[in-house]
Write a protein that binds this ligand. Sequence first.
Ligand SMILES: Cc1cc2nc3c(=O)[nH]c(=O)nc-3n(C[C@H](O)[C@H](O)[C@H](O)COP(=O)(O)OP(=O)(O)OC[C@H]3O[C@@H](n4cnc5c(N)ncnc54)[C@H](O)[C@@H]3O)c2cc1C
Length: 505
Amino acid sequence: MQRKQIVIIGAGVAGLSAGIYAEQHGLHAILLEKNPSVGGMCTGWYRKGFYLDGCVHWLTGTKEGTLLNEMWKNVDAFSSQDDIIYLPSWGTFEYEGTRVTLWRDLKRAEREWKEISPVDSKMIHKFFKMVSDFTKVELPLDLPLSMIPLNRKIGLGLKVLSVWPSYLKTMTQTCEQFAAKFKSPAIRFALTKAQIGEGNLFSMIYSYATVVMGDGGIPKGASKPMVERMKEKFIALGGTLKLNANVDSVAIKNGVAKGVKLINGQIISGDYVVSCLDTNYTIKRLLRDQYKFPSFQKRFDDPVRHQAPSCVLMHFAINKDNNLPIPYTFECEPFSVGGVSIKHLTIRSYSYDESFSRGDKTVLSVMVDQSNVEYPYWRKLSKNRELYLKIKQEIAQEVRNRIINKFPDLGELDVLDVSTPYTFNHYVNTSNGVYMSFLFTHRDPMFAHSGLLRGLKNFYLSGQWMQGPGGLPIAMTQGKFAIQRICKKEKLSFIFSPVRQKTKA
Ligand SMILES: Cc1cc2nc3c(=O)[nH]c(=O)nc-3n(C[C@H](O)[C@H](O)[C@H](O)COP(=O)(O)OP(=O)(O)OC[C@H]3O[C@@H](n4cnc5c(N)ncnc54)[C@H](O)[C@@H]3O)c2cc1C
């Protein structure tokens, strides 16, 4: 019997995952990628002989025995636990000479914090109790929510019930509001800077908890080797990968997706189309704005209310034998980037992984916060190439000076590369220059979508945009969910992980 053809647009982590799961379930995947290599935002590149990483500095799902871990192994993101590096903390924050660390070891962290601020002992205990509660619940990622049977939903609900008060309190609270309950300015600094942008307390604690439970390690070599392994798996399963295949539009007949048309005019036919790239780009460009997705559009059109994170990403060469905690956040003399006043820097030395070494040097990266709000500035600036390049270098020098000022013994600090929100737009078509989906905030604590568009059959939206706040685990899971939905329609049984029991779609 001829296999159904699934045309997948975009070979980022979501597209690779969709492709692998399709091939494992009796479907044939044709994976189309506009760039000459796979990975999308999960990528790395070389400058001046150094390998620079553009993504993974923390991967949820590295703990053996979890659902997510089995899924990452199934797509060959890593095969052995020996390939995972665990850092001792989720970050160290220095404020006016006091260092506050979010250690993986909760007992150590609680003890140290109480030594820093005995007067905050009660609140400190409360915080670490919440972190500990958050380590107890594993999200149901084997099936999309809408496909989970009722009796299992009830079981999950009961499990969540014990930690629900912690969940509820943290979802509607900003990190600032929670930090204000502490007397120590250093602890307040740590609690507010640990989370990107306006992310709520829930996101901050959830992220820290994954690290605490040993579920937030880093695969050796980080992003590029990880997506190359996924690519090899996809090809070994029989999938068709077409690089430099820039999709112009989705081919639709009588409300049914029939394939895609490339920019060069070539038509690629299929029984289903799965779009694994920026949702706004898909709706506006590839679907010519013919199909509405109001809940997404409302977020996209109001960046101030619905923040999504971006950054200016800088890489430097530094001495390998530096003693910097990883990562390390400190206050700095304010400077302006894209209209945002930057008052602190977070630096990350890659001295923990030999893949980044070159002689006695390694790489240090800095992500200076930007968001969808600042994107119009970057889009306008990118039109004047000379000025754009000049501003990029100026920002790198501002950052370099502040790092040298803070750590005079660090030695040389050579600028290797600077990427901006415009780089992300240019590289993967992310319409508002961001690298993750909408954050969970106190105003907007949840966002998840089925990927179906009213009036368009056999077409599925996928990728990190389908569920806030995005990131690699969500991209990979959403790629799988799209194939599960197709399997259900095609009455094909679905085994989400070779080592788990069969899960019927
Ligand atoms: C600096 C940085 C650090 C990060 N750190 C982490 C981290 O530590 N942990 C974590 O979980 N996440 C992290 N992320 C986020 C993570 O990279 C993304 O969430 C994830 O890669 C998104 O995957 P995706 O497949 O959904 O989308 P994308 O990676 O955007 O993939 C979309 C793909 O579609 C392709 N495409 C676009 N348009 C077309 C077209 N017309 N035709 C054909 N192909 C097209 C693109 O080229 C791309 O390959 C980080 C991101 C950045 C930038």
